[in-house]
Design a protein around this ligand. Structure first.
Ligand code: GAL
Length: 780
């Protein structure tokens, strides 16, 4: 079911601007000149015989906006039967004027798509997470044409990361509800344009820095010689230019190279100053642009070096699933995850486990200075030859799509927790090196590797015994379960290869679920466990760093999932921090943000507590209960000798009245927090992440609702069914009512705009005991 001729496509960052190119966007965040949106948009329904035909009766289909998740879901208790089926999406396209070219570009369809125009198949792809395109030229011949996409979201396709029947959807750790879960664009292409654009900074920090710009000229059927030029720009300023002439034979892509050299001094892309430049490529058909950053990466056995400075790879893993809609969130929402990781959890790095994630997320990582490990789809399984061929295709698709992102420092060319398949992984590694060659190749190895076929964990295999042939950086998922009462540690690093810990903690160590409804001791432990493994990872430079498992809870039916969620996140599925997030929140300079986060709730049932943990980056804390000072909290340097900001330990009497914690840096009071043990003055908190949205039918913002005390601190173990009311041009994405008790007093819904319906949106949350709260958002 591969496409007949999959056109080499500009990626999202490679839009052709100017003459000739029109993009009809069914999707937010498009940076190309928009063609007015069509009123009819996409129609959706279960697949039926004839539903790809031109004359199919569409009256049973429902209009939908993209991105779109096929099944309707709550935030929890998902079941694969809800998406284990085949669906159809239909869209009408006008006749294409003679001499013009049009393609339809899919950012990613879960899990397989076949595309038809007026009943004729034009292409498709088996496997989600990566883009593909179908040529529509010569197909849009009628005044009204129908593009129909058959989306197969059944389990058991022979494609990574899935595994064929008789394995079940819960034989893999994350659920993948299908649909047109990413954007779809109709792109009108000029006769001549540039594709597979790669602007590669070289010799960064060396004597002769340059940008090698490569691409392929697509001139359709036209043979000829064409001028191609490239510029490196910083805003309006042109820093370097180059040009070449390219001969095309027609019907073949013609490669070209332009070297941009004699650069003025450029500003490096770094964690605190992620400076981005643009490379513009001009062809007779228009202009393509990509964003780049100049940075020097080195992976050594004593660590990772960015621009010559050793950087500890402190971070977390991220899945891109959300409540209610799976992966089908607009760019803004994906971007927000990068912001949480970088600005709230202080991560230097994120691993996109276990598939290429939305381009919007990677764009945000570029802008924020968040390092990325990106990997090809896969999870604990290697399949048959067809399956392996698709791994090669995926690695190449991933590198082609994303090699211009400065944030990406490592390609996961070895699939998560799979065997040393030297034949397969030598090829994937060679593909990454050929198409890019500037990042390390890697892949997470686990203590129990899974053999081909049924899931059978084999006995622990010494990671030192695995071959160095298949990766540059050896990465280990280190879930060494500690003896009862002890903190987890890590295996000693390998010394023959750069070594990093790609996962640790999860829900394997200690508890089944780090849930706001779990005993508070368990919730408090989560941060301590993460702190312990990061501390160990900082004990010798031979650990390049550690990426904890994981940032956000995610949907799962595997292993120790509960209510179809893996409660392994330091933030919940709604992206709200749990007590365990306090560790990550506190690992920043107090000049940047002073932090005080107790790893307990202060309520009528609290305490007395000995050695309760408070996460803070202050030098010193002062604690008062009911106005009376308690013995000063002490820094826990004994257990965490390597952390920049170890936690404080404090002994507290049973809660009564207020708890007040003051944080000092030197002689200065830099932060003060108060908590009330009295729930009678509790309130309902309601806020959105954004005030302004685009009225495009896709854009959305999160609205968080929580029970808080009179000082705004989260009340532990709170409940109540929140009823929502929306007025104005928006759709509520979420449960109505939303029972806060299942998530321990916190929850969220998303407000999604309506296409071409600007205006003020008012959201009201009504709680049975705490009254109502409203927020207003504007769609423009
Ligand atoms: C790892 C795996 C992750 C996740 C984790 C469970 O072995 O790579 O995807 O399943 O275990 O907490």
């Amino acid at each position: 079911m591969e496409a007949p001729r999959v056109v080499a496509r500009p990626t999202r960052r490679e839009f052709l601007l100017g003459a000739g190119l029109l993009v009809a966007s069914a999707h937010v965040g498009c940076s190309a000149p928009p063609e007015p949106a069509r009123e009819d948009g996409w129609l959706f329904g279960p697949y039926q015989a004839g539903s790809t035909e031109l004359d199919f009766d569409e009256s049973s289909l429902t209009p939908v906006e993209l991105p779109h998740c096929a099944p309707e879901l709550s935030w929890w208790r998902w079941h694969p039967r809800d998406w284990d089926r085949v669906w159809v999406y239909r869209c009408h396209r006008p006749e294409l004027p003679r001499g013009q070219r049009e393609v339809v570009h899919f950012d990613g369809v879960l899990s397989a798509a076949e595309v038809f125009v007026n009943g004729q198949r034009v292409g498709g792809r088996v496997g989600g997470y990566l883009p593909f395109e179908c040529e529509l030229t010569d197909r849009l011949t009628r005044p009204d044409n129908v593009v129909a996409v058959v989306v197969d979201s059944r389990w058991g396709l022979d494609v990574p990361p899935d595994r064929p029947e008789p394995q079940k959807p819960w034989s893999i750790d994350f659920y993948q509800p299908g649909g047109l879960v990413r954007g779809v664009e109709f792109r009108r292409l000029p006769q001549v344009f540039c594709t597979e654009l790669h602007a590669k900074p070289e010799n960064v920090g060396g004597p002769d820095p340059r940008v090698t710009v490569t691409g392929k000229l697509d001139s359709g059927h036209l043979a000829g010689t064409f001028d191609v030029s490239a510029q490196l720009v910083d805003g309006a300023q042109v820093l370097a230019e180059g040009a070449t002439r390219v001969r095309t034979a027609g019907d073949e892509l013609a490669p070209f190279t332009i070297t941009l050299q004699d650069l003025p001094e450029v500003q490096l892309w770094d964690l605190d100053s992620p400076k981005l430049y643009e490379v513009l490529v001009n062809t007779p058909g228009g202009q393509s642009r990509v964003r780049i950053g100049f940075r020097d990466l080195r992976f050594e056995v004593d660590g990772f070096y960015l621009n010559g400075r050793r950087v500890q790879l402190f971070g977390l893993n991220r899945h891109e699933w959300y409540p209610y809609v799976g992966a089908a969130m607009p760019d803004r929402v994906h971007r927000r995850d990068a912001q949480i990781l970088k600005e709230e959890l202080n991560c230097a790095m994120v691993r996109c486990s276990h598939y290429p994630q939305s381009e919007a997320f990677l764009d945000a990582c570029d802008e924020l200075g968040l390092l990325v490990w990106e990997e090809a789809p896969g999870w604990d399984y290697i399949g048959d030859q067809t399956w392996r061929d698709r791994v090669l295709r995926d690695v190449s698709g991933m590198v082609l799509r994303d090699r211009n992102h400065p944030s990406i420092i490592a390609w996961g060319t070895r699939l998560n927790e799979t065997e040393d398949d030297v034949a397969l992984y030598s090829k994937t590694r060679a593909i990454a090196n050929e198409l890019d060659g500037t990042r390390a190749t890697t892949g997470a190895v686990n203590s129990s590797v899974v053999a081909q076929g049924p899931v059978v964990p084999t006995p622990f295999r010494d990671p030192f015994a695995t071959t160095p042939l298949v990766q540059d950086v050896f990465a280990f998922n280190d879930y060494l379960v500690p003896p009862p009462g002890q903190l987890p540690t890590l295996r000693e690093p390998r010394t023959d290869l750069p070594y990093m810990v790609s996962e640790a903690v999860g829900v394997l160590t200690g508890a089944k679920a780090f849930r706001r409804t779990s005993p508070v001791r368990v919730q408090a432990d989560q941060g301590v466990l993460h702190a312990a493994v990061h501390d160990k990872a900082m004990s010798t430079p031979q650990y390049m760093g550690l990426l904890g498992w994981c940032a956000f809870d995610y949907p799962s039916g595997y292993g120790n999932a509960e209510d179809s969620i893996k409660w392994a996140g330091v933030c919940d599925f709604f992206r709200e921090p749990k007590l365990g997030a306090g560790f990550y929140q506190s690992q920043t300079d107090p000049a940047n943000r002073p932090v005080i986060v107790p790893a307990f709730y202060w309520g009528p049932d609290t305490g007395p507590m000995a050695d309760a943990v408070i996460w803070s980056n202050c030098d010193r804390l002062e604690v008062r209960v009911n106005g009376v000072a308690v013995p000063p909290p002490r820094l826990d340097r004994d257990r965490f000798p390597h952390l920049r900001h170890p936690p404080f330990l404090v002994s507290l009497p049973a809660a009564s009245g207020d708890l007040r914690i003051d944080g000092w840096v030197g002689q200065q009071l830099v932060a003060s927090r108060r908590f009330s043990a009295d729930p009678r003055q509790d309130e309902l908190q309601l806020f959105t992440d954004d005030q302004d949205l685009e009225a495009d039918g896709a854009d959305a913002t999160r609205a968080v609702v929580a029970v808080v005390d009179r000082y705004g601190a989260r009340r532990g173990f709170a409940g109540g069914r929140v009823h929502w009311r929306v007025s104005g041009p928006a759709t509520l994405v979420g449960d109505n009512p939303l029972d806060l008790g299942h998530n321990g007093g916190v929850g969220a819904v998303w407000l999604r705009t309506r296409r071409d319906r600007p205006g003020r949106i008012r959201l009201t949350a009504a709680h049975p005991a705490l009254g109502s709260r409203s927020v207003t958002v504007t769609a423009h």
